[in-house]
Design a protein around this ligand. Sequence first.
Ligand code: FAD
Length: 284
Amino acid sequence: MIPAAFDYERAETVEQAVDLLGRHEDAKLLAGGHSLLPLMRLRLARPSFIVDIDRVAGLDYVKEVSTGLEIGALTRMAVLARNETLWKQCPLLAYVCGQVGDPQVRHRATIGGSVAHGDPASDPPTALLTLDAEFVVRGPSGERTIPASTFFKSVFETDLGVQDVLTAVRVPKLGAGAGWSYQKFHRRAIDWAIVGVAAIVERSNGHVGKVAVGLTNMGSTPLRAGAVERALASKEASPESLRAAAEHAPEGTSPVSDTNASSEYRSELSKVLVRRALEEALTR
Ligand SMILES: Cc1cc2nc3c(=O)[nH]c(=O)nc-3n(C[C@H](O)[C@H](O)[C@H](O)COP(=O)(O)OP(=O)(O)OC[C@H]3O[C@@H](n4cnc5c(N)ncnc54)[C@H](O)[C@@H]3O)c2cc1C
């Protein structure tokens, strides 16, 4: 289908984008366009004004900062999936960006667009939630930082206001003792996750130290599997304790039923994927 009529302006700077969003009712930012344009073609989104930020300079980078790494919002998935610094300091995110769609999608989709879109089936938001990432946002009253833990509100709903531009994502570096895994279950390589699981596990003296587990497509937002984390913390890193902890995966979730899988199937699948993710994380 053809999108409904809209006006269009290209912003050269973040400030100009914030200003344009404020001057036009029902305006939307356009970055890589790989989520917004399909919605517009289906007329599920009908913005009357598009602010194109795709060529705003200076938002495409990965750099080390005091708290870890900072990634510019317009950095493409394909760039992140092969970025050496990211692979060295935060391999979970580099790997997950390489699991998004296909090469064509990854060469257009931006990390900022993936976060701002707020799709619970997206892979990078789950990795970012598991990593305790922070999002840097510029709006009419200046800059603020929002933790991933409070950013995602519901399906396609985030903490971003109508005039806000997400400018960067900050992630901590993974410590030397931290293993990681992302398990994505899908039928074809290009597909979104039926369920996805991110895990970061630290091992100390044969026991599990810090553990973080995130879930993709198990509710209206990316979720942390808190019950799994609590069940595993300080336990012996044995196959039995991993298996027992993984049984808690569906607690506190509300997966949808759709043409790919029923809610019950997703709940069972989450247990299997959490166990696999924990096992892999402990071997890395
Ligand atoms: C065929 C196909 C397969 C895909 N498969 C996967 C997959 O397997 N896993 C996965 O995770 N994703 C998948 N995607 C989604 C893809 O990763 C999205 O394009 C990406 O998540 C959104 O980024 P974008 O730059 O294209 O954003 P856009 O489509 O440009 O924007 C998306 C939304 O975010 C807003 N926005 C964009 N940038 C900003 C910003 N800087 N600040 C504030 N708001 C902003 C826009 O206004 C819009 O509402 C797939 C997409 C396609 C088309």
